[in-house]
Design a binder for this molecule. Structure first.
Ligand code: PEP
Length: 262
């Protein structure tokens, strides 16, 4: 797995959007635009049926491919599930784990997240692990408590080597797909908390180098101030990743923000 320090990661989660032909059209546009964006790590995360075809379009381009979910077993009688070797074979290098929509609609827990993280690492897939609080939890000032539990349970029994390969995405649930975004200060506060937790659990160096993405209605107009915050290392983008123009614009804003970082 590659080391990703020094440049922002911009990952587009297409969720359950795009037929194969639509996916290919979008990824071709992204590929054409990606040449001038070497100072970022661009990742596209299409639905399962499009993964292999999208990867073919991206051969010999710096754009990486990720999956939105996977099961932790290698194979077996698990109807409807997709395994880590299948994702590797389709050309994935990343996998999103524990997205709030998976937790809310498909019963994922910190325990299943933990199994999936381990399985991803065993197969050299970089997990992008999503954590975040609901509106109610924020209003009741339980954000840090929620984050702490998601981290300690989700990352249970992991070695320092393993933890270094994990990317965390802080995604306040109230900001996902709602048009509401955490302010840069609100996001930075939680990112800083996550980094401090990581330092406490795994030591200063691992905490300092932890990659923590922000997700929740990231758009071209708010990407710069968010990514400029000291503890924000890029973005996980839903809606705005469905159009090449906005996805690429976010990448450009993030590159500028990284250069101007405090
Ligand atoms: C997401 O799906 O992870 C996400 C952040 O979505 P959106 O950008 O649409 O809020």
């Amino acid at each position: 797995m590659k080391k990703l320090h020094g440049k922002p990661i911009i990952a587009g989660n297409w969720k359950m959007h795009k037929t194969n032909s639509e996916a290919l059209e979008l990824v071709q546009e992204i590929r054409n635009a990606a040449g001038e964006l070497k100072e970022t790590e661009l990742v596209v995360i299409p639905p399962f049926p499009a993964l292999s075809e999208v990867k073919k379009i991206l051969q010999n381009s710096p754009v990486e491919v990720g999956a939105q979910n996977m099961y932790w077993e290698e194979e077996g009688a698990y109807t409807g599930e997709v395994s880590p070797p299948m994702l590797k074979d389709a050309g994935c290098t990343y996998v999103v784990i524990g997205h709030s929509e998976r937790r809310e609609y498909f019963g994922e827990t910190n325990q299943t997240v933990n199994k999936k993280i381990k399985a991803a690492l065993d197969h050299s897939l970089t997990p992008i692990v999503c954590i975040g609080e609901t509106k109610k939890e924020r209003e009741e000032e339980k954000t840090n408590q929620k984050i702490k539990t998601q981290l300690s349970e989700g990352f249970t029994n992991m070695t320092q080597e393993e933890i270094q390969q994990v990317i965390i995405a802080y995604e306040p649930i109230w900001a996902i797909g709602t048009g509401l975004t955490a302010t840069p200060d609100q996001a930075q506060e939680v990112h800083h908390f996550i980094r401090e937790q990581s330092k406490e659990a795994y030591g200063k160096e691992i905490g300092d180098y932890a990659i923590i993405l922000y997700g929740g209605s990231v758009k071209p107009k708010n990407a710069y101030p968010l990514v400029k915050e000291p503890d924000i290392n890029g973005a996980l983008i839903g809606g705005a990743s469905l159009k090449c123009e906005s996805f690429i614009q976010i990448a450009k804003e993030s590159i500028k923000a990284y250069k101007d970082k405090k």
